[in-house]
Ligand binder design. Structure first.
Ligand SMILES: Nc1ncnc2c1ncn2[C@@H]1O[C@H](COP(=O)(O)OP(=O)(O)O)[C@@H](O)[C@H]1O
Ligand SMILES: [Mg+2]
Length: 403
C-alpha cells in the first residue's frame, strides 16, 4: 500500500485527504492540534506544525512515504520541497518551494526569468520602506513576503499611511524585510494549472471575485470560463509558463494571481500548490477530470495525462463569510438540504454554538458554495438563501448583511 503525507487538516485539505483514501492510499495527516475537520478522515494523524520541516521529514522517513502534498495553503509548501529533496520524491523541489514561499525571492526570480510583473524593492526598515515607496511612486503595495490570504498586504496611497502598512507587514512576517511594490491597475484574475516533467499540462484561467475590506482585497470566489480575446489568452499562457519556469516549479499544481490591464498581463504571485476557495472543485467540473486525484498522482510521480474532457461546464464558487463577530445560534439544515437537492454543493465550516469572526481576510470563511453555472445573479441569489438559513446571535445572516 502506497503512503502519502498530507500537510494540513483544514477545510482545504479535507477533499485531498478523502481523495487519497478513495485511491487506496495510507494517508498520514500532519497539522497543529485544533478543531480541524481533516483529522477524522486520516489513517494516521501527526500533531506537527506543517512548517516544522525537520519534524515532518522525520515522520516521512520513518513511515517511508511515497509522496507529500497539500492544497490551498502556501505555508506548507517549503516543507514539501524539503521532504521531496531529502527523500528523492517526485513533486516540487526545495529550491522552487523557497522561491514560491517568499514574495521577494519570487519577484527576483520573475525578473531574472523575464516575467511581466510589477516593480519591487525590498525594505529592511521603515526608512527603507519610505525610500522605496518614494522611488517607485505612490500608490504602492506594502507586503509581508511570507504570509497568504492578504494578511499583511496593504495598498498605501500616501506617505502618511506607510508606517501602519509597514508595521502590519512586519507583524505578519517571519522575515526581517518587507516588499514595496508598484501598484498595478487592471482586472485581477486567477490562473491555476499543473506541471509535470517540466511540461505545463494545464493552464486554467478563471474569473476572480473579491470582497474589499479596509484596503485589503479578500478572495470571495471564482468562475469558469474566463473570457477574453485570443491575444490576451495567449499572453496569459505565455506569462504563466514563464513564471512556472522562472520559479522552477515541477511535478506540482500551481496557483497564480494575475492582473490583466487591457492587453497587458502581469503576474502578481505564483504558488506551488492548487488554489483555495473551491478552485480544484471548479477545475474538476469545468475540465471534467478529478483535479485532487491528479495532484496526488503527481506527488507520487505516477501521473499520466490529465484526462481533460472535450466538454466544458461553466461553474462558480463563492465563499460564505460572516457579517459579524458572533455565535452561530441556528442553522436550518432542511433549508440547506433543499438547496443542495437543486444541485448546489454547500460546505458549512461551523456548527451551532461555535463562534465566527466577521470577515477580515481569506481565512475567515464560514463555508462555500459551488454551482454549475457562471451566472453571478443566480449564485448570489442562492448565497442569500443560505445566509437566510444561518442565524448569528439569533438573527439571520441575510438580515445582518443588509445592515
Ligand atoms: N502590485 C500590486 N498591485 C495591485 N494590487 C496588488 C499588488 N500586489 C498585490 N495586490 C493585491 O493584493 C492581493 C494579495 O496579494 P498577494 O501578493 O497575492 O498576496 P497573498 O499571498 O496574500 O495572496 C492580490 O490578490 C491583489 O489583489
Ligand atoms: Mg495572492
Amino acid at each position: 500500500m502506497k503512503k502519502i503525507m498530507i500537510l494540513g487538516a483544514s477545510v482545504y485539505q479535507v477533499p485531498l485527504i478523502r481523495t487519497a483514501k478513495r485511491m487506496g492510499l495510507y494517508t498520514i495527516v500532519s497539522s497543529i492540534p485544533g478543531n480541524y475537520p481533516g483529522f477524522s478522515d486520516a489513517d494516521k494523524v501527526c500533531y506537527i506544525n506543517t512548517i516544522d520541516k525537520e519534524a515532518i521529514l522525520n515522520v516521512c522517513r520513518d513511515e517511508g512515504v511515497d509522496g507529500i502534498c497539500t492544497s490551498g495553503t502556501d505555508v506548507a509548501v517549503a516543507t514539501i520541497g524539503h521532504v521531496n529533496e531529502a527523500m528523492g520524491l517526485a513533486g516540487i523541489s526545495e529550491e522552487a518551494a523557497v522561491k514560491a514561499c517568499d514574495k521577494y525571492e519570487m519577484k527576483k526570480a520573475f525578473a531574472a526569468g523575464g516575467v511581466s510583473a510589477s516593480k519591487f524593492i525590498k525594505a529592511e526598515s521603515l526608512d527603507e520602506a519610505y525610500a522605496a515607496a518614494a522611488e517607485i511612486g505612490y500608490p504602492v503595495v506594502v507586503k509581508c513576503v511570507d504570509s497568504s490570504g492578504s494578511r499583511g498586504i496593504n495598498v498605501v496611497d500616501s506617505e502618511e499611511e506607510l508606517k501602519e502598512a509597514y508595521e502590519a507587514a512586519v507583524g505578519y512576517s517571519h522575515k526581517s524585510y518587507v516588499l514595496v511594490e508598484e501598484k498595478l491597475n487592471g482586472k485581477e484574475i486567477g490562473v491555476d494549472g499543473m506541471v509535470k516533467d517540466g511540461e505545463v499540462m494545464l493552464i486554467a484561467p478563471h474569473t476572480k471575485y473579491t470582497y474589499k475590506f479596509k484596503g485589503a482585497t479578500i478572495p470571495a470566489g471564482h468562475s469558469f470560463p474566463y473570457r477574453n480575446t485570443e491575444k490576451v489568452l495567449a499572453e496569459i499562457d505565455k506569462q504563466v509558463t514563464l513564471a512556472v519556469k522562472a520559479l522552477g516549479l515541477n511535478n506540482c499544481a500551481f496557483n497564480s494571481d494575475v492582473f490583466v490591464d487591457g492587453e497587458n498581463v502581469y503576474i502578481i504571485e505564483m504558488g506551488g500548490r492548487a488554489g483555495a476557495t473551491g478552485i480544484p472543485e471548479l477545475i474538476s467540473i469545468y475540465y471534467g477530470f478529478d483535479f485532487y486525484e491528479k495532484m496526488i498522482e503527481n506527488a507520487l510521480g505516477k501521473m499520466d495525462d490529465l484526462g481533460i474532457s472535450d466538454q466544458r461546464t461553466s461553474c462558480m464558487s463563492k465563499l460564505l463569510m460572516s457579517p459579524v463577530d458572533g455565535t452561530i445560534t441556528s442553522i436550518d439544515e432542511e433549508a440547506i438540504d433543499r438547496i443542495r437537492a437543486r444541485g448546489y454543493d454547500i460546505v458549512l465550516d461551523y456548527k451551532v454554538g461555535q463562534t465566527v469572526e466577521q470577515m477580515h481576510n481569506g481565512t475567515t470563511r464560514i463555508g462555500h458554495l459551488i454551482a454549475s453555472t457562471d451566472d453571478e445573479r443566480i449564485v448570489n441569489g442562492v448565497m442569500d438563501e443560505i445566509y437566510a438559513a444561518i442565524c448569528a446571535d439569533g438573527t439571520p445572516m441575510r438580515e445582518l448583511w443588509k445592515k
